[in-house]
Write a protein that binds this ligand. Structure first.
Ligand code: ZN
Ligand code: ZN
Length: 471
């Protein structure tokens, strides 16, 4: 895909912030934002190095453990303190063979499919079944069990791109809980149209969750072009009239063969990696900034979420380099987010009772920040105004809705910790999300640096806020 490069219209701001005072004999030390605008970008090197040296890093696997060792080393070498791994246990699921064919009534054709996380296995021989077609998740929910029982459910649910990514919650239900609904109604398996906005033959994986007591069924996603093909065949199958003598309407079922052999490996270790910039006031509550270290296994997890770790860490580095902040900045590279936010839960179990001034997360790719949202106490009204003014020069406008943070800090925010969202442009995020196309070349270094600049401006203000603003 061709990347739309953002013009370097921040260059003028950089010149302004870096300009030496006219009469001084020595130039003033650079501000944190000045550092973010010039020189090498630590967000890029973290993203490039992690995706190159580790690559895919599924939760609970050896690759994720290697990523944690890599992370500890990198965060120490950048000068952060209290760098540590905090382990937790979690159930581990890994992909196996995955193949699907449309087998009738037309000529057999292979489809591009990926199993969803927590999918059951079909066994090596696979299974054959009639397809039960549903236009949407809601149509499946409304269907009687007799329409589903023993069949392979298909949910046709085309997600459209939006700048704020808001379609994910609505369309995503087909993946999040579609398999659970199909299993409850007695389906043999489920295949969904990928929760994605691209037209590549890349299936989009992602986790699905079965309720306790519901026996998991095989569950996969096919690419958008394959879903289009399935739908064309399904429509034609409805019109097949094998009995031409009577011309009676006798639709043929559309048939599929499915082979998915993922495995549950039982309980294994994962872990969070934590690092800090110590604040000058040890009594002040810390600012927590998060991302997730694990990724899906199909790509190298560049936009999801190596870039997020790069962005938050680069911002902390720039604030640290410009002078010690008043509050401690705690960086959380969460483990096992993709498969059920196990790292975020483990962090909350271990630290949820500690005071946190405010929580932020970067987990929506590497395209530019376009909006800032707040969920702050009334005492922090002026603080919110200062942040909105500081990020405005970089093209960021103030939103009207409350910030909701990210998955890994979700439990903290639900418990009342204030939040700031630096919302990224999600227009092409779901072209790449959870596919083999989530690779480094999709990251635009100019937009990545804009993220770091906006984060640095925001973090510098938050980390130096007073106790009367953020208790
Ligand atoms: Zn993510
Ligand atoms: Zn993800």
């Amino acid at each position: 895909m061709k990347i739309a490069r953002t013009p370097t219209r921040f260059a003028g701001i950089a010149a302004l912030l870096l300009a030496p005072a006219a009469s001084a004999s020595l130039p003033p030390p650079p501000t944190a934002v000045g550092l973010a605008l010039q020189g090498p970008d630590p967000a890029w090197s973290i993203t490039e190095d992690l995706t190159t040296e580790i690559g895919p890093r599924m939760a609970g696997t050896d690759a994720e453990a290697a990523a944690r060792r890599w992370a500890v080393q990198r965060l120490q070498s950048m000068g952060f303190v209290n760098v540590r791994e905090e382990r937790f246990d979690m159930p581990v699921w890994v992909r196996g063979a995955e193949e699907a064919w449309l087998t009738g009534p037309f000529q057999p054709q292979k489809l591009a499919i990926a199993a969803l996380g927590n999918s059951a296995s079909t066994g090596a021989k696979g299974l054959d079944g009639d397809i039960a077609y549903f236009t949407s998740f809601d149509a499946l929910v409304a269907a009687p069990d007799t329409d589903v029982k023993g069949r392979i459910v298909f949910i046709d649910n085309q997600m459209e791109p939006t700048q704020d990514g808001s379609g994910y919650g609505y369309y995503g239900r087909g993946r999040f809980t579609g398999p659970n609904v199909a299993a409850r109604k007695g389906a043999a398996a489920i295949v969904i149209r990928s929760i994605g906005t691209d037209d590549h033959r890349n299936p989009h994986t992602g986790v699905t969750t079965f309720d306790a007591g519901v026996k998991p069924i095989p569950a996969g996603a096919i690419s958008n072009p394959d879903a289009d093909q399935l739908v064309r065949q399904w429509k034609r199958a409805q019109q097949v009239k094998p009995n031409a003598v009577t011309a009676s309407y006798d639709p043929a079922p559309l048939r599929m063969k499915l082979v998915l052999t993922p495995q549950d490996l039982g309980t294994k270790h994962s872990g969070n990696v934590i690092a800090e910039v110590p604040g000058s006031d040890p009594a002040a509550s810390p600012v927590i900034i998060a991302c997730h270290l694990d990724s899906w296994d199909l790509g190298t997890g560049a936009i999801d979420d190596a870039a997020g770790c790069g962005i938050v860490t680069a911002a902390a580095k720039h604030v640290m380099s410009a002078g010690q902040p008043r509050r401690t900045i705690r960086i959380l590279w969460a483990g096992a987010e993709e498969v059920g936010v196990f790292g975020g839960k483990a962090y909350f179990d271990a630290h949820g009772k500690e005071k946190h001034a405010v929580a932020l997360e970067s987990d929506f790719g590497a395209d530019r920040v376009w909006r800032v949202d707040f969920k702050l106490p009334d005492s922090a009204k002026a603080l919110g105004d200062r942040i909105a003014a500081a990020v405005a020069p970089f093209g960021v406008t103030r939103g009207k809705q409350p910030a909701n943070g990210g998955a890994d800090v979700g439990a903290l925010i639900a418990a009342g910790v204030p939040a700031v969202d630096l919302a990224q442009d999600g227009t092409r995020y779901f072209d790449l999300h959870h596919t083999p196309d989530d690779t480094l070349d999709k990251i635009d270094p100019v937009q990545l640096r804009q993220n770091v600049t906006v984060w640095t401006a925001t973090l510098a203000i938050l980390a130096n806020s007073t106790d009367s603003e953020l208790p």
